[in-house]
Design a protein around this ligand. Structure first.
Ligand SMILES: [Fe+2]
Ligand SMILES: [Fe+2]
Length: 219
C-alpha cells in the first residue's frame, strides 16, 4: 500500500470509528486494527461503496413504498461499513479462487459473529449491531451469540427496531446483489445472470419476491 492509500484508509477508520467505554481501550484498538486491515483490501472497499450506492439509489423506494425511515437507511449504510469486518480473522479463505473445504466453509460462516464481537460493546446502535450479526440470513444462527445480548430496556436500543425484520431482509438483498453482480472478486470473473440472482434470492426470501425484483433494478 502506498502512502496516499494508507492516509486515505486511516482517515476512513478515524471518521467511522465508534466509541467504547474508557475501560475498553483494548477492544477499541482491536477494532481499529481490523478496520485498517479490512479497508486496505480494494475489493472490500469496493463492496462497501457499491452497497452504499445501491442504498442511495433505492432510498425513495425504501422510504415511500416500504415505510423505512431515514434512520433505518443511515443504519444500513453504517452496517455496510462494518458487516464483513469479521472476514479479517481468516483473510486466506477470501483470496482462495477454488472451492472451500468444509472447515473453511464453517469458518467463513462465522464472519458475521466475528464482526459482531468486534463492535458489540461500542456505541453503535442495536440495529446496526444486529444487521452485522445477522446479515447472512442464509447461514442460520451461528454460536447462538447475540440473541440474548440486548433486551427492550437496553438504553442503547433503537426506537425504530420495529422495522428491523424488513431492514434485515433488504440489507441481505443489497449485500447479495452487490456480491453477485461484481466481477472483481478472486472467486468470480464475471457477474451472475439476472435470472440466477432472482432465483437465488427469492428462494431464500420467498415472502419478498416483489422486493427482490425491485431491489435488483437499483444495482
Ligand atoms: Fe458477509
Ligand atoms: Fe458483504
Amino acid at each position: 500500500m502506498n502512502k496516499k492509500e494508507n492516509f486515505f484508509i486511516q482517515n476512513i477508520v478515524d471518521a467511522l470509528e465508534p466509541n467504547f467505554p474508557m475501560e475498553l481501550t483494548s477492544q477499541k484498538n482491536r477494532l481499529r486494527e481490523a478496520m485498517s486491515l479490512f479497508f486496505s483490501q480494494e475489493d472490500n472497499l469496493s463492496h462497501v461503496f457499491k452497497m452504499i450506492k445501491i442504498i442511495n439509489k433505492a432510498s425513495t423506494y425504501l422510504k415511500e413504498e416500504l415505510g423505512l425511515t431515514e434512520g433505518n437507511i443511515k443504519d444500513m449504510k453504517k452496517a455496510a461499513f462494518f458487516h464483513d469486518l469479521g472476514k479479517v480473522s481468516h483473510p486466506e479463505i477470501y483470496k482462495k479462487p477454488g472451492p472451500l473445504t468444509d472447515e473453511e466453509t464453517n469458518l467463513k460462516k462465522l464472519h458475521p459473529v466475528d464482526g459482531f464481537e468486534l463492535i458489540k460493546d461500542s456505541n453503535l446502535n442495536n440495529d446496526v449491531k444486529m444487521l452485522v450479526l445477522k446479515h447472512q440470513i442464509d447461514y442460520g444462527d451461528r454460536r447462538g451469540n447475540g440473541n440474548n445480548h440486548f433486551n427492550s430496556s437496553d438504553k442503547r436500543s433503537n426506537s425504530e427496531g420495529r422495522n428491523f425484520p424488513l431492514m434485515l431482509d433488504i440489507f441481505f438483498m443489497i449485500d447479495q446483489i452487490e456480491a453477485m453482480t461484481s466481477s472483481d472478486r478472486p472467486y468470480r470473473e464475471k457477474p451472475l445472470s439476472k435470472e440466477f440472482i432472482f432465483q437465488e434470492l427469492s428462494g431464500k426470501l420467498p415472502h419478498r419476491k416483489a422486493q427482490v425484483s425491485k431491489m435488483m433494478k437499483f444495482s
